[in-house]
Design a protein around this ligand. Structure first.
Ligand code: ADP
Length: 526
């Protein structure tokens, strides 16, 4: 209880007691005087005593008010105490209410603040996504715009090489062809780098076998590029599960580049790809991959910088071997995306070993049965290739029967290039300048094969494919549809295949690729 309240309670209690005492005196005095006057006695002390002693009620009347006064004082005191406790409680409640309200206010402010922050985050995310989308659009447009004229340059150069040229002219053509190829390599690398750097590239998770992946690498590289005195082989540790989950396309991309470099810089000896298991737990496994060569080697002082952009050991090598110095920087980015690191050991004149590790997931049946199978076949896991081997599935000179071909392509130069290439391969084609024309022509003529450009006016190739396949019951024949497009990014390939196209050729298209594509789809019928 606070001080003024205590004083007030004491004050009240004294008042109650005084009132009680006052009545305690007034009542007996009044009763005695009343009694004396009733009996008509003079007011003397003996008479007072007489009246008092005569009537026992006087004792009660004399003492009761005193008690009543005291009781009322006590009751008053208690009542005051209750009032005080109530007041104190009310004060406490008021204070608590005030503090809760204050806290509520703070909480509300905090919630408002968080909501604002959330909104800002959403806005920033939307801006980042819009930025990433703009970058993707820019990259794909740039790729498209550069590849379209390159298709004509590389395609026409391929056509020029027909034996009627003098050796000097043949040399000129070779230079144009090589420069076109280099330019394409540079564009591919720059686009790839920009894609990874802008965060547009996303990792995929697919099931793959490491030996299958290594076979792909060798097929892509084409061992025709191997020099006579160089042998390429791979060895996969037998304890590695036969099926793994990871971004096989990215792993392949890194390996293809490292093996290409090894081939480029090795005049004789061995190029070996070694795959060994690193750390593993129940669900994931680290793969330790080495690409070893017995090539020219890299001086110590140049080794560190090689994983930076546009870095090459020396410019005379660049002239001799070509390249942009972007490849290893891209490999480093890709390996980091795959959860690992890349490093290099090399000695001049002895050779180089590029070593990288990546994390892949195991499948449900990665342990047990598959491991036993893997141990039983200690794919087979070692493979050797000499220059004459490789690419056995593609026989460039094998004849393909005369096909009914439609070329859906809006660019007149590319119409001419592809038309001439097909003529060189003993084929001819009809031409549609856009998707609508292609649809109309397909309903009239039973085409075996359509080469479908993606970006065309009126109706693009993807839309035309979807429309065409919806008309399938009405068509006399369902054609094989191969995308032939300067939109060469992975998403473009996926878009085409998702729309129902059977295959994909990125521009610039080479004569051999065109023929290999026809062999692939029409070999059995030839
Ligand atoms: P590029 O795309 O020009 O091949 P890279 O980034 O892949 O560029 O390689 C950069 C440089 O590293 C090459 O120009 C070469 O000097 C050196 N290099 C890469 N791999 C090897 C190798 N296996 N042996 C010798 N030098 C190599």
């Amino acid at each position: 209880m606070n001080q003024p309240q205590e004083k007030k309670t004491l004050h009240n209690t004294i008042n109650y007691a005084l009132i009680g005492l006052f009545f305690g005196f007034i009542f007996p005095i009044a009763a005695t005087l009343f009694d004396i006057s009733l009996q008509n006695l003079p007011l003397t002390f003996p008479n007072v005593l007489k009246v008092q002693s005569m009537n026992p009620l006087h004792w009660i009347i004399d003492t009761a008010p005193v008690f009543l006064g005291l009781f009322s004082a006590l009751a008053g005191y208690l009542k005051d105490q209750v009032v005080n406790v109530n007041r104190e409680l009310e004060e406490i409640i008021a204070k608590r209410t005030e503090s809760i309200e204050r806290k509520n206010q703070l909480l509300k402010q905090e919630i408002d603040h968080r909501k604002e922050a959330e909104l800002e985050l959403v806005k920033a995310k939307e801006q980042a996504e819009a930025g990433a989308n703009a970058k993707t659009r820019f990259l794909s447009t740039m790729s498209h715009e550069i590849r379209t004229p390159l298709n004509a340059i590389i395609g026409m150069t391929g056509l020029l090489n027909d034996g009627s040229l003098s050796s000097e002219q043949r040399e000129f053509v070779k230079i144009i062809d090589k420069s076109g190829e280099n330019l394409l390599g540079i564009i591919n690398n720059i686009l790839e780098y920009a894609k990874i750097d802008s965060g547009v590239a996303v990792l995929e998770e697919v099931e793959f076998s490491i030996t299958g992946l290594l076979d792909d690498v060798i097929e892509i590289i084409s061992t025709n590029n191997l020099k006579e005195q160089v042998e390429l082989s791979y060895k996969v540790d037998e304890t590695i599960p036969s099926v793994l989950i990871g971004d096989s396309a990215r792993i392949r991309q890194v390996l293809v580049h490292l093996v290409r470099n090894a081939i480029k810089f090795t005049e004789e000896g061995l190029i070996t790809i070694l795959v060994e298991p690193g750390q593993m737990d129940e669900s994931s496994l680290e793969l330790d991959i080495k690409v070893k060569d017995t090539g020219i080697g890299i001086p110590k002082e140049n080794q560190e910088g090689l994983f930076k952009y546009f870095s090459q050991v020396d410019s005379s090598n660049t002239r001799k071997y070509g390249g942009t110095g972007l490849g290893l920087a891209i490999c480093k980015k890709l390996v980091e995306m795959l959860g690992g690191e890349i490093s290099l050991e090399s000695e001049v004149g002895v050779g180089s070993t590029f070593h990288f590790n990546i994390v892949v997931k195991k499948t449900m049946n990665s342990t047990g049965e598959n491991d036993i199978i893997a141990k039983d076949r200690i794919v087979e896991s070692t493979k050797r290739l000499s220059p004459s081997e490789g690419r056995t599935d593609i026989n460039i000179n094998m004849p393909v029967k005369k096909l009914k071909i439609l070329l859906a392509e809006d660019n007149d130069i590319n119409q001419k290039v592809i038309g001439k290439m097909l003529a060189r391969l003993g084929q001819s084609c009809d031409v549609a300048g856009n998707g609508i024309e292609a649809l109309e022509m397909c309903q009239l003529i039973p085409y075996d094969l359509i080469f479908m450009d993606m970006k065309m006016p009126e109706m693009d190739g993807v839309e035309a494919t979807v429309e065409l396949l919806s008309l399938e019951p009405k068509l006399k024949k369902t054609p094989v549809i191969v995308a032939m497009t300067a939109n060469a990014m992975d998403e473009d390939r996926k878009k085409c295949l998702d729309a129902g196209m059977n295959d994909f050729l990125a521009k610039p298209v080479k004569l051999e690729e065109l023929e290999a594509m026809m062999q692939k789809w029409f070999k059995a019928e030839s």
